[in-house]
Design a protein around this ligand. Structure first.
Ligand SMILES: Nc1ncnc2c1ncn2[C@@H]1O[C@H](COP(=O)(O)OP(=O)(O)OP(=O)(O)O)[C@@H](O)[C@H]1O
Length: 515
């Protein structure tokens, strides 16, 4: 199927989110869409998928104009989309989810369970998806759940599959597997539109790359262009992709965690006897595959989860039993993993979200009265400083692009004096220019003497920022190592191998390679 977008334009009030976009997706190609936060990628894909109506322009499928006014129509036209948030029904099997996902009568419409199983097996084998039709989706890892979403689309006879930042939630190994699936789809004639912020992925898998900046196509290029060139095309200025980091000068311990135990809502021990310290002026990075207790660790540290045992001390003061508000008052900043749940209130304006819990204290309130002027002045300053792309400081945060929502949270948390900064996946969904900026800010915070705890599943982020790296596996800390530890050793530790053994076996591996 050949898909042409001609002059597609979308305005939100005075903002032109897509400005006469021309783009052709050829049959059987992997076409990467690249652009900084708020460039207009999601808006463009939402128009293609029938979620947003274009103001101007047309969509042409195999020579015939066809603009879809609902996802159902898009699916009927052969267009499928996998969103960042999965839409699977928990408690159901893969085959049941695929049956439920049928959205046209052309696909699995009237088929029974046995036929759905057979179809899942067939598609799964054909594209190397390796999914068991009878598995319950709750038992599957994030990477496999994503493949179920792809299966749902394929069962609807998708000819153009849109993947919106699919790798943001995957481990390095799962990313490699997803790339193989994309190649298998392409080789079978399906086109893939792949949205990502990770330039090395783009170069590894794309047949062609289209870069969008501020709502316009700036270039369509081959994957032979360098990462630096792609970054510059995206943001319109050179970007320093690898930060130079000066050594830390750690001071007194700020955070001391001893024998911490956290039991999750299902009664499973999520954090198991964890002890570590973070000193003033250093960054401790917590690495690990998603789901090994990092989320619960952070929630316990900031007071959002109960502690089943052990202690959490901030400069000697025990925090166990104190509220999130008391911890905020004690100088703990928190950049949460799930920003839309814990980080901002979507219906509140940018200005309100830039103060939230801080609004009742100086400089925003005096003697119990909130100064709207102070809230506004703060917002104008932060939006400028963090380059938040928003129509105004009064815009609800829900109307911002994903990356710009994240910048609002970062701007709030990094703009007050902190003893301890706890940042979980701080740059997830951010473009290269913004990552460079946020990493600089975090290191500046460290150099100001703040103790920093970074939790990230992205090893490049951990090694860029951390002065020491703690690796978590199944709720425990496997070891705490130097940031120059080779990645293969860190990878082994992330699979539960203690540092001494990991060092031994990776040394043995490299000797083998050398000989
Ligand atoms: N419903 C809406 N109302 C108002 N403005 C919107 C709406 N949806 C998107 N926008 C604006 O349109 C612009 C493009 O947003 P879009 O989500 O398409 O960007 P993106 O390239 O996908 O960004 P990101 O990489 O951060 O996800 C942004 O400035 C955003 O604030």
């Amino acid at each position: 199927m050949r898909l042409e977008l001609r002059g597609l334009t979308k305005r939100f009030g005075p903002l032109v989110a897509n400005d006469h976009i021309d783009l052709t997706i050829e049959p059987g190609e992997i076409h990467c869409l690249l652009g900084e936060n708020g460039a207009g990628k999601s808006t463009l894909m939402n128009m293609l998928y029938g979620l947003v109506r274009p103001d101007e322009g047309e969509i042409v499928i195999d020579g015939n104009p066809r603009t879809c006014s609902s996802p159902r129509e898009a699916i009927e036209a052969g267009i499928g989309m996998v969103h960042q948030h999965f839409m699977l029904v928990p408690g159901f099997t893969v085959a049941e989810n695929v049956m439920l996902g049928r959205e046209t009568t052309r696909g699995l419409g009237r088929l029974d369970y046995a036929a759905a199983r057979a179809r899942v097996r067939d598609l799964s084998e054909r594209y190397g998806l390796d999914v068991d039709p009878d598995a319950k989706v709750d038992d599957l890892s994030v990477g496999v759940q994503q493949r179920v979403e792809i299966l749902k689309a394929l069962a609807n006879e998708t000819r153009v599959l849109i993947l919106d930042e699919p790798t943001a939630v995957l481990t390095p190994h799962e990313i490699d597997e997803l790339m193989e699936v994309m190649r298998a789809l392409r080789d079978a004639g399906t086109s893939v539109v792949f949205i990502t912020h990770k330039l090395q992925e783009v170069r590894a898998v794309a047949d062609r790359i289209t870069v969008i900046r501020r709502g316009r196509v700036v270039a369509t290029v081959e994957p032979t262009v360098s990462e630096a060139e792609l970054a510059e095309l995206m943001v319109g200025r050179p970007v320093q992709l690898r930060l130079e980091k000066t050594p830390a000068t750690p001071g007194e311990p700020v955070l001391s965690v001893e024998n911490l135990r956290v039991v999750d809502a299902q009664g499973v021990v999520a954090v198991d006897d964890v002890s570590f310290e973070v000193r003033a002026g250093e960054v401790l990075g917590v690495a690990g595959v998603q789901g090994n207790g990092q989320t619960e660790l952070v929630r316990a540290l900031v007071g959002l989860a109960d502690v089943a045992g052990g202690s959490i001390r901030l400069r000697g003061r025990d925090l166990v039993g104190t509220s999130p508000r008391e911890r905020l008052d004690a100088g703990i900043g928190h950049i949460p993993e799930d920003r839309s749940h814990d980080g901002f209130v979507g219906s509140f304006s940018v200005a309100e979200n830039l103060v939230l819990d801080l609004v009742h204290r100086p400089p925003f309130a005096r003697r119990g009265t909130v100064s709207r002027a102070a809230v506004r002045a703060n917002a104008e300053r932060r939006v400028e400083e963090f380059d938040v792309r928003t129509q105004s400081v009064d815009t609800p945060v829900a109307a911002l692009s994903g990356g710009n929502q994240q910048k609002v949270v970062l701007a709030r948390e990094l703009s007050r004096p902190l003893e301890l900064l706890i940042a979980a996946q701080p740059t997830r969904g951010l473009d290269v220019g913004s990552i460079e900026f946020v990493h600089r800010r975090i290191l500046a915070e460290r150099d100001r003497g703040t103790a920093v705890l970074i939790v990230s599943t992205a090893l490049e982020e951990i090694t860029a920022l951390a002065d020491r790296i703690a690796v978590m596996y199944r709720g425990r800390i496997v070891g705490i190592v130097d940031p120059d530890t080779p990645w293969d050793q860190l990878g082994l530790m992330m699979a539960g191998v203690p540092p001494a053994d990991a060092a031994g076996s990776s040394a043995a591996d490299s000797t083998e390679v050398a000989s």
